[in-house]
Design a protein around this ligand. Structure first.
Ligand code: NAD
Length: 406
């Protein structure tokens, strides 16, 4: 099947590469010429384990190509995936649909034959209908259907998540679109990965409900961790004991400095906004957003306490600044709240992250970047671990302790 993917970010590029690996003929489009140039040279603009090898394999097999020309990609495609960003709109918490709608308008102008226009971006309930209206208005004679196909991959494990998903969710309005979608995902349904086919609105809602639930689980365990510290319980033991309950499960029960990233912060805000707009306040999600902000600030307070109330002149080593391990993504990372507060308090901050420096340099001014965690720890008063990279799990803590001042 001929597929066009609009947007070559974390979701668009991984989806395009994996669809081509399924055997489909895929063209990925991006409006950023620098990204397209890199991809055409065979370079991957993001850090995602395994993506470069799979991309090269499919380019060499002639099933995968890249372009900046949307009209060229869309012409003759049977399915067109919109995988552009939906960040938080300034001021009101809504998902910003500017990029999705701009892509829909462009697609409308370029349709040459029947196609299913699939929204893979995370979008509020009702957006697929809006995409349909936009295309219909821009090109009244176009033959098309819309479909919702939210993506659940996790950065850092994106290929495995795409190739071995817990489920694929597809929202459609008729059988014709459903057949195209089933054909695309046949390599997965043949291997018994579940495919949930539902209506547009339910598909859109599944994504928000899932992300808000996961953000809630993380926030819950972070709040329990704070109480554990006060009452002398060990949060790792508590998580273990809780997670063994099959009704709870052990995933997303690891206490840390708050959730961040390209999805949870903006998706919880967008769900809260959807609730307000529909007079059904999402009270749990609204509280999760508030508590998560407090958890990030609590990390700052902990460091200040360890420095006897003043950060001035203290040396602080920070291990990990990306929002999670195995990615270079810094979007809404807790480090972006915590590190500037340490620098602002007068501390000398040394930062070490296996992949974060390229993205992080502009976002974290005033810090010193070091490649080696032991160098970061040299004469440090405090060492803060913000990202659970495996590299940091294997550190020789006795050696670290010898290097530190306190
Ligand atoms: P991203 O910002 O990494 O990538 C978006 C890309 O789209 C950019 O390269 C941009 O240049 C391109 N683009 C924007 N408008 C375009 C246009 N009109 N034509 C061509 N290219 C265009 O975004 P992302 O992290 O891949 O997220 C995309 C969507 O997927 C979001 O809605 C997000 O919520 C959702 N999502 C993301 C993840 C994740 O882990 N990153 C997981 C699941 C779902």
């Amino acid at each position: 099947m001929k597929i066009a993917v609009i947007g070559t970010g974390y979701v668009g590029l991984v989806s395009g590469v994996c669809f081509s690996d399924f055997g489909h003929e895929v063209i990925c489009v991006d409006k950023d010429p620098a990204k397209v140039a890199m991809l055409e040279r065979g370079e991957v603009p993001i850090y995602e384990p395994g993506l470069d090898t799979l991309m090269t394999k499919n380019v060499e097999a002639g099933r995968l190509s890249f372009t900046g020309d949307l009209a060229h990609a869309v012409a003759g495609a049977e399915a067109i995936f919109i995988a552009v960003g939906t960040p938080t709109r300034r001021g009101d918490g809504h998902a910003d649909l500017t990029y999705v709608m701009a892509a829909a308008e462009e697609i409308a102008q370029s349709l040459t034959s029947y196609a299913v226009i699939v929204t893979k971006s995370t979008v509020p309930v009702g957006t697929n209908r809006l995409v349909k209206q936009t295309i219909r208005k821009a090109n009244p004679s176009a033959e098309f259907d819309v479909a919702s196909n939210p993506e659940f991959l996790r950065e850092g494990a994106a290929i495995d998540d795409f190739m071995r998903p817990d489920r694929v969710v597809i929202g459609v309005q008729n059988d014709r679109a459903g057949e195209v979608m089933n054909e695309i995902y046949r390599p997965l349904s043949l291997r018994d990965f579940p495919v949930v086919v539902t209506d547009l609105e339910s598909a859109e809602m599944i994504k928000y409900a899932a992300n808000a639930f996961l953000a809630t689980k993380i926030t819950f365990i972070n709040e329990i961790a704070a109480l554990c510290e006060k009452v002398g319980a060990d949060i790792k033991e508590v998580s273990k004991g809780m997670g063994m309950d099959g009704r709870i499960g052990n995933k997303f029960l690891h206490a840390g400095p708050g959730y961040g990233g390209s999805c949870f912060p903006k998706d919880t805000k967008a769900l809260a906004r959807m609730g307000q707009d529909n007079a059904v306040p999402m009270q749990i999600t609204e509280t999760v957003i508030k508590v998560n902000d407090e958890i990030k600030r609590r990390m700052i307070d902990k460091v200040v306490d360890l420095c006897d109330g003043s950060l001035n002149g203290k040396v602080i080593a920070v291990l990990g600044v990306t929002f999670k391990p195995n990615t270079d993504d810094m979007r809404d990372a807790p480090s972006l709240t915590i590190v500037p507060a340490l620098v602002g308090g007068g501390a000398k901050v040394r930062v070490c992250d296996p992949q974060g420096q390229h993205e992080g340099e502009a976002l974290l001014p005033g810090v010193q970047w070091v490649e080696d965690p032991y160098k970061a720890a040299q004469k440090a008063d405090v060492l803060v671990i913000l990202t659970e990279w495996n590299e940091f799990r294997a550190l020789d803590l006795k050696r670290i302790a010898r290097k530190m001042t306190t």
